[in-house]
Design a protein around this ligand. Sequence first.
Ligand code: F0G
Length: 457
Amino acid sequence: MKTTIEPFRIKTVEPIRMTTRSEREALIEKANNNLFSLNSQDVLIDFLTDSGTSAMSAAQWAGILSGDESYAGSPSFHRFEAAVKKLMPFKHIIPTHQGRAAEKILFSIIGGPGKKIPNNTHFDTTRANIETTGAEAVDLVIDEGLDPASEFPFKGNLCPKKLTNFIEENMGSIPIVMVTITNNSGGGQPVSLGNLKEIRSICDRFKLPLFIDACRFAENAYFIQQREAGQEDRSIVDIVKDIFALADGMTMSAKKDALVNIGGWLAMNDDAMAMDARNVLILTEGFPTYGGLAGRDLEAIAIGLEEIVDQDYLHYRITSTAYLGDALSEMGVPIMKPVGGHAVYIDARALLPHIPHQQYPGQALALALYKIGGIRGCEIGTVMFGRQPDGSEVMAKMDLVRLAIPRRVYTQSHIDYVIECFEELMKEKDSITGVRITWEPPALRHFTAHFDSICSS
Ligand code: F0G
């Protein structure tokens, strides 16, 4: 069959409030041309993030009701712990309120001035949590991962050669090696099992622990099954177990591949490190059997972890992301290739070559998509990364717009609508104008900056 149907029926619905183009033009103007400032009910298709935006299943909602809210020793914690250990058999599983809380705890223990932590590509919060301790976050993805046009199947791989050189040059200052699966900041690209094995052997050679930032582990496992020689007949669960058997610990945002709206965890085998982590946890998150979560959240995670490794779900998930990416690509929209797991990334600089980087082509594209179709994407480019700590402005490596697809939320007709909006955008693209910033805060400006269109003369 050509059509991959959504492998679920819809039992509860959330209405989308329809708006016209002229209404949206007024709404975005009122929001100072910043998509983060819009009310979400003024958005038709919300592709801002795939994080915490999943639709939970009937089984998860039932689990919510049976959550046990005891302060200590809740059976919901034991169900959560067992569900995690079934896939990721680490000795210590420490719940947190989301991924960055796990990062904060980990790096407050192993970070500090003079320390250096390599990764394929650190996600923003990981980098920030490392840097606030005075340590350095270093990205060592393979060269193919930096080339938007490369069709290499595992563009998320950590480069073994760069890692070996880096370790040899920085012996004694590296507390752990990290790998992010899938590589979100590099376009949602997967890491192969072969690469993880090679990284493990380098870690063994230099006696370094390996930690996985595992937010999208199930999507990564599906890519391994589909793309890596010798893996095609293996189950997702077996591949997932192999991935985590190679590691000494992990950080996790359950808001992605545990199909919940809030939650995360930190896991590890080392007893001394776990004791330190639990001490910080009690200060900042909560008692070790609930972290920053309610018992009901732990139940929902336990059930989400069973649902996420389902072959039919993952087939639908990856196929529907590729369906959008392939349709855009066929119409001539330049996108990062191959299409990643959770998002389609549009190369705004290539699509709108008449807009110089100083006029933020990514922001201009994101605004046009909202006006044309009520679609909310996210600029990942010079608005997000261009401003330096000394106040100067540089051009980001790329000016992208990310369309991140929430899990189990939109149907194929929503995606077909998005494709139609792009057809309209392609007709209008030469008249899209750049933007300027009229106000910005000292840091993290993309969340709150004000923008103005630069009218063509
Ligand atoms: N690591 C990766 C690879 C992520 O993508 C994220 C979040 C985190 C860590 C932090 O997790 O949000 O639960 O604290 N990514 C979201 C996104 C925000 O939109 O890509 P968190």
